[in-house]
Ligand binder design. Structure first.
Ligand SMILES: *Cc1c(COP(=O)(O)O)cnc(C)c1O
Length: 838
């Protein structure tokens, strides 16, 4: 018996009269908004004069805006259908969207009208904004990149849909207790989500477990059936993604897992009602929680379920729409569809698309492979070997038996191609095989993604070059033209226009507001760096933003930051390769200078560090503790007083970054060279007038190329030097010959920062002193401290600093995701721009 792929059929099929779809356009004027907000508030939400919660007006406003978004979403869909346009799908296990309200207002062009309406209603827009919880459906840069991409694609009017998972619990909330990270569940949906719309009629059935059966039809054709599986339903929720004032609204479709109807029948008939309900829970578990590991995989079965669940639901959705329009004719499918895989996380899409085309739609292997290998494109995000996903063949076979067969067939055909090219080179065959042999054989997901894709890209020039020379060298030799670079960006709509309204207004006053959609226009600001009156106004705006950040630090860290001081900021995931440790060593060095009266040329400095550590990452958590303990010592000391502050900001997230980036002077981008694929935090700071202190790593290199060496504080070993240093690395010798570093180490080793907890920082000390330290912390200390001194001296010349700040913003035009998306489109997707009727 063939089971229905979508059991949602509560109604008989009906075809309403055309009048059903003819709805007058909603007004964008203040009066229409005012009416809708009050109607949602009073009737839909059932509120009255006793309501004292800003939450309800927030929700009423969100619903009024969602109506206007959905109206445009429909027009956009019609426009894509009418154009018969090629479509790209961005498949990602993470979309770190943050809040939606402010962005929706900006892109719909409703900021001013809404402010006026709310003022009339006695409401404060900032208060309403603060009622929205972040959609934290991502870990860090990779997830935030996906969110910025969606904004830029809609703004460029490209037919692109995002596909992801609607996690019930997003990235954990971080609290700090006695210097320790405490993880709390982030139940972001508790108060409902007014931006999404459920589409149960597009639910899909996803198979897990079971086994395969082969049979021949009357024509002798071999067919495969995947049977006895335990199925789960995927139910889609759509979030509108508006372009900037252009009528386009694209879709982010997120899948939630639900139990199928027959799921519990077996149990129920056996009389175990409660067990059947428990089984239902197990099905829904799949989309319960985001895995909080950034740049490391951990091989858990539930994670593989999530990955397949996303790939299968999305591909079925796309194929169903294709069949409705074109029937079972797939000859133009590759011409009109393209899939971008955000890292290897969704790379089950390669064998899953094969399976659907072979088993469900009856294509031959060659016809199916021709489609898969012309529609899949893969973006790599990391060079760290511990991040490369591998799935045990045993687990894979149990969970996805049909997919494993298909992967074996892909591998057999692929290895034949390698053997033809390099006859007799068995070592190469073993190196390149999709299956890593050994005691517990594993599928190499990155290799699967490369073999299945027509494009493989890195995310900054250096990263893409290192991929080709290192990690994927064999594949680059085989298929040199597959590999390319797409340097990351960030959207200036969120990260400048919306996060920094004061600076945005000053920029627009000077050069017009074209930069909102053409960030290169910012080059026009450069001459104003020489205008003293403009520098003064720039300084005033920055001061106000620093005050706003100081308020956040006061509220969340109970530390006083003086906006006159240099604001030195490092916010990002806590990871050894990002070297928050190097930053603390510098803070301890400054502390030692103060305590020893070495105060000549001392620039008052407030250091802010924030970020989450993966819950199982011991060393990252210990580094957080070190930061907190040093902060306690520094901030409590009257002698240190106005010269130095250190704060650890808990629960770093998108909405916090919207306050942090505009209020930071110095942007810390200090990873060990060759380890940070691109970075995007670096771009947000630069765009907001922050000056970078950084290594030649990731996009830092391109940032420095754009802004010039005079406006960037460079330090540290290059990626090449890092690799040669490893072989003869001797941190003990470095510590012995550098009195500043020796003094810092002695302070930590004396137990000065952990008087009540002896030995607390022994693991950190050991890591710094180890000749096998992969991050070469001691090697870069001297050069880092020297660069910090140059930065401090530059900041003492306040006017000179403002010049640098302006020049950084002016040079940030390249780092818009508008540019990134244009490149993806010109070189990978080839989508038409589709205008939408107003
Ligand atoms: C931009 C951003 C990141 C990425 O920061 P990097 O410095 O590039 O690692 C991570 N988390 C959040 C919340 C961000 O906004």
């Amino acid at each position: 018996m063939k089971r229905d792929p979508n059991p949602f059929k509560p109604f008989a099929v009906s075809r309403p009269a055309p009048g059903m779809f003819e709805v007058p356009a909603l007004g964008m004027d203040a009066e229409s908004l005012d009416q809708d907000i009050r109607r949602y508030f009073g009737t839909f939400l059932g509120q009255d004069k006793h309501c004292r919660l800003a939450y309800y007006p927030y929700r009423a406003l969100a619903l009024a805006l969602r109506d206007r978004l959905l109206e445009r979403l429909k027009q956009t869909r019609y426009a894509y259908e009418e154009a018969g346009a090629k479509h790209a799908y961005y498949l990602s296990l993470e979309f770190l969207m943050g809040r939606t309200l402010n962005n929706a207002l900006l892109n719909l062009g409703l900021v001013e009208n809404t402010e006026n309406v709310l003022r009339q209603l006695g409401l404060d827009i900032e208060e309403l904004i603060d009622n929205e919880s972040d959609a934290g459906l991502g870990n860090g840069g990779l997830g935030r990149l996906a969110a910025c991409f969606l904004d830029s694609c809609a703004t460029l009017q490209l037919p692109v849909t995002g596909y992801g998972i609607r996690y019930e619990y997003g990235m954990f909330r971080q609290r700090i207790e006695n210097g320790r990270q405490i993880e709390e569940p982030d139940h972001w949906l508790r108060n409902g989500n007014p931006w999404e719309i459920e589409r149960p009629e597009h639910s899909r059935r996803i198979q897990f477990g079971g086994h395969t059966e082969y049979h021949r039809d009357a024509n002798g054709q071999l067919h495969v059936r995947w049977v006895d599986s335990k199925d789960v339903l995927a139910v889609p929720f759509d979030t509108p993604v508006p372009g900037y004032r252009n009528g386009t609204v694209n879709v982010l479709r997120l899948w939630k897992a639900a139990a199928t109807d027959e799921f519990d029948l077996g149990e129920f008939n056996a009389g175990s009602y409660t067990e059947s309900v428990a089984a239902k829970n197990a099905a829904e578990n799949i989309t319960m929680v985001l895995y909080p590991n950034d740049a490391s995989e951990n091989g858990k079965e539930l994670r593989l379920r999530q990955q397949y669940f996303l790939a299968s639901a999305s591909l079925q959705d796309i194929l169903q729409r294709w069949v409705l329009q074109h029937g079972k004719e797939f000859s133009r499918f590759a011409e009109l569809n393209c899939f971008q895989l955000n890292d290897t996380h969704p790379s089950c899409a390669v064998p899953e698309l094969m399976r659907l085309l072979l088993d469900e739609h009856g294509l031959s292997w060659d016809a199916a492979w021709a489609i898969v290998s012309r529609t899949m494109a893969y973006t790599n995000h990391t060079l760290l070997p511990e991040a490369l996903e591998k799935w045990s063949v045993r687990l894979f076979g149990q969970l996805l038996p049909r997919l494993l067969e298909i992967i074996y067939e892909i591998n057999a055909r692929f290895l034949k191609e390698v053997a033809r090219r390099w006859p007799g080179d068995n070592a190469r065959l073993a190196r390149m095989s999709l299956v890593e042999e050994g005691r517990d054989p594993a599928i190499r997901m990155a290799y699967l993604a490369i073999v299945g894709s027509f494009s493989v890209n890195g995310v900054a020039e250096l990263h893409s070059a290192l991929l080709q020379q290192g990690l994927f060298r064999d594949f680059h030799e085989l298929w040199p033209t597959k590999f390319n670079n797409k340097t990351n960006g960030v959207t200036q709509r969120r990260w400048l226009a919306s996060a920094n309204p004061r600076l945005a207004a000053l920029i627009s006053e000077r050069i017009g507001d074209g930069w909102v959609t053409r960030l290169d226009d910012l080059h026009g600001l450069a001459p104003s760096a020489d205008d003293a009156a403009f520098r003064t106004r720039w300084a005033e705006v920055r001061y106000a933003n620093k005050q706003r950040l100081a308020d956040l630090v006061k509220r969340d860290c109970h530390v006083d930051f003086d906006p006159q001081a240099l604001f030195d900021v490092q916010v990002k995931r806590i990871h050894e390769y990002k070297r928050q440790l190097l930053n603390v060593l510098h803070v301890i060095h400054l502390y030692a200078r103060i305590k020893n009266g070495e105060l000549t040329d001392f620039t008052p400095r407030c250091v802010l560090i924030g970020g989450k550590a993966a819950p199982g990452y011991f060393m990252a958590k210990r580094i957080i503790t070190l930061i907190c303990k040093v902060a306690d010592m520094v901030n409590d000391d009257a002698e240190v007083g106005g010269l130095l502050k250190l704060a650890f900001l808990p629960n770093y997230r998108v909405s916090a970054m919207e306050i942090i980036a505009p209020g930071s002077d110095l942007s810390e981008q200090i990873s060990t060279a060759g380890k940070e694929a691109s970075g995007t935090g670096n771009m947000k700071f630069m765009m907001n007038g922050g000056v970078t202190i950084g290594t030649l790593d990731g996009a830092n290199i391109e940032i420095r190329d754009e802004v010039g060496d005079d406006n960037f504080f460079l330090f540290g070993l290059t990626a090449e030097q890092v690799e040669v240093t490893r072989d003869h690395y001797n941190p003990e010798a470095i510590i012995d010959t550098d009195p500043d570093l020796a003094r810092v180490m002695a302070l930590i080793e004396s137990g000065h920062f952990n008087q009540l907890e002896p030995g607390l920082f022994d693991p950190v000390i050991k890591a710094i002193r180890s000749p096998h330290d992969p991050w070469l912390t001691a090697a870069d200390f001297r050069s880092y401290v020297d660069a910090q001194e140059r930065a401090a001296a530059a900041y003492r010349d306040r006017d000179g600093w403002m010049r640098m700040s302006i020049l950084n913003t002016a040079a940030s035009g390249k780092f818009s995701t508008d540019r990134t998306m244009r490149e993806y489109n010109a070189e990978i997707w080839h989508l038409p721009v589709v205008k939408v009727e107003a």
